[in-house]
Design a protein around this ligand. Structure first.
Ligand SMILES: [Zn+2]
Length: 315
């Protein structure tokens, strides 16, 4: 039996994988807990250990794979920090779990782990090279080269969210301006819609009917729903976000020529128009020789990608 941990920030999940008669791992059991807003690292760690003990029922795991939502020193099994949950700074998560459960543990960040999950079990099966991007409250990315995670010299490879595509664009959490994340993630979509509603008082009738004057509460989901229902302002915002991501992916494809790009995360569930806009922008931003090499597909494992990736880390 292999345990898979997904420390997701707002929710934590523990899963048990067991081999079937043919020797293939199957998801045997899964426990998910929402993390309360005031939770800290110690609380989430204790919750996860409790979930694991419930799944183990006295048995010993063969190994534990861990996906962590935040920067990780994978080679040291060390969590650098969480952007969502305080108290994770410099936590030796691998060694803590290894001594508690007396087994082998591998820890990596969620984008790398989800990339590995999609490569091994999802939309990237059969691809020797794959770039995975998750677009939700932020934008993260992970490389799979020759079937393995490529982390880079400082274990920071794949950070597409912080590629600058508009040097005079909106400020980013990383201290620079115009990063992909600030033009493509969920909160950025909500912000761009808010700015347009203020700037263009005669447009956005569906969105306005929903949120009224309270544009501060606007969500990316509402923007996409309004776009689906024909709100032209919302459609423009969704198209702008898709184009920003696609433009950056074009740069990535020119630089690395991956066999496939897989997109996961809540924003990428926006639908067919979103994907077509991403693909069109990527194609427009690569040399002609690469037009047919632009292969951008939706993720297949959804929210479970980090769990399957955690399995792949140790199996
Ligand atoms: Zn940035």
């Amino acid at each position: 039996m292999i345990l898979a941990f997904d420390f997701g920030g707002t929710k934590n999940t523990c899963a048990a994988f067991e081999r079937d008669a043919a020797g293939a791992y199957q998801l045997a059991a899964l426990e998910r807990r929402a993390s309360p807003p005031d939770a800290d690292g110690a609380y989430d760690y204790a919750t996860m250990c409790e979930l694991a003990r419930g799944l183990l029922r006295g048995r010993a795991p063969d190994a534990i794979g861990v996906s962590f939502g935040g920067p990780v020193r994978a080679s040291a099994g060390w969590v650098v920090l969480s952007h969502h949950v305080p108290g994770w700074e410099n936590t030796p998560l691998r060694d803590q779990l290894a001594s508690l459960f007396e087994t082998r543990v591998v820890v990596d960040n969620d984008a790398n782990v989800a990339a590995l999950g999609e490569a091994r079990f999802g939309a990237g099966q059969g691809c020797a090279s794959l770039f995975y991007v998750t677009v939700s409250t932020g934008v993260g990315g992970g490389w799979i080269l020759n079937g393995e995670i490529y982390r880079g010299a400082n274990e920071l490879a794949g950070e597409i969210g912080h590629i600058v595509i508009a040097p005079d664009g909106p400020p980013c959490v990383c201290g620079r301006r115009g990063c992909v994340e600030q033009l493509a993630c969920g909160p950025a979509i909500a912000r761009m819609a808010r700015e347009r509603l203020l700037r263009e008082p005669a447009r956005g009738e569906i969105l306005r009917a929903w949120v009224g004057e309270n544009t501060a509460a606007l969500t990316a989901q509402q923007v996409n729903d309004a776009a689906q229902q024909g709100d032209a302002l919302a459609q423009q915002v969704m198209a702008d976000a898709a184009r920003a991501l696609g433009f950056a992916l074009g740069n990535v494809i020119v630089l690395m020529n991956p066999q496939r790009v897989v997109l996961g995360g809540g924003v990428t569930k926006a639908g067919a128009d979103y994907f077509e806009n991403v693909r069109a922008a990527a194609r427009a931003n690569v040399m002609p020789e690469l037009h047919n090499a632009v292969d951008i597909q939706p993720a297949a494992l959804g929210d479970d990608a980090p769990l399957w990736g955690a399995l792949a880390l140790v199996s």
